[in-house]
Design a protein around this ligand. Sequence first.
Ligand SMILES: Nc1ncnc2c1ncn2[C@@H]1O[C@H](COP(=O)(O)OP(=O)(O)O)[C@@H](O)[C@H]1O
Ligand SMILES: [Mg+2]
Length: 149
Amino acid sequence: MEYLSSSLSGTESFAQKTYDSVKKHHSKTATVVGLFGELGSGKTTFVQFLTKTMGIKGPITSPTFVIEKIYQTNESSGFKNFIHIDAYRIQSTEEIVLLGWDNLVSRPENIIVVEWADRIESVLPKDTIRIYFSHVNETTRKIETKHVR
Ligand SMILES: Nc1ncnc2c1ncn2[C@@H]1O[C@H](COP(=O)(O)OP(=O)(O)O)[C@@H](O)[C@H]1O
Ligand SMILES: [Mg+2]
């Protein structure tokens, strides 16, 4: 599916749709959402709207320097922990494994959203929900995914 977001509110609507489809997606392991796309394509903005939709109180800033941030979610959201990972600075998948990746993925109560997911491609579970962002112009972003409708 291709979605054209012509403003921040377009990206907010897309985040709401994403949440509606992931909460139905029951799994024996964590729900992993991989975000792909260049700098400024809207990945962090999407995460901010997704956490807002899930009732997580901000501010949600990009975890570029710390790599990983964990937020407790509202019980009614269907998840217990929202894990936001920014893999931009990851040089090898060993680093993410050392951060406890396998344990995070093994827990169905986790939703894990990864910016720059291509950096850790080899450890992404098979059922990762993949979302691709790109620039169209200053205010428009193209968002592509097979999973959200
Ligand atoms: N339609 C849109 N959707 C998302 N962000 C947009 C849109 N139009 C403009 N922007 C701006 O683009 C920038 C996206 O930055 P950010 O979300 O940090 O990107 P990334 O995390 O991919 O590097 C923000 O400054 C945001 O305000
Ligand atoms: Mg970002």
